[in-house]
Design a protein around this ligand. Sequence first.
Ligand code: FES
Length: 82
Amino acid sequence: MVADHAIAVFNLGTTLLAIDAACTHVKGPLERGRIEGTIVTCPWHGSQFDLSTGEVKRGPATQPVKTYPVRLENGKLAIELP
Ligand code: FES
């Protein structure tokens, strides 16, 4: 949780990516989703989102998820909120 935002952070090895944790379909837990490349699959109904852009790659979701700049600073995650 960051300032009342539930945010999921994914470590892709050399890259950190952060998105809203709630799927835009009916709020499934994207932090529990399966990752393939930069695509996360919602565990509830299978919507897929690009972690870099938030774009929907497969429905039933029709709206993108928000993405947030994230970086590691002195061993702590720093996430920029709008
Ligand atoms: S809640 Fe994510 S696909 Fe339905």
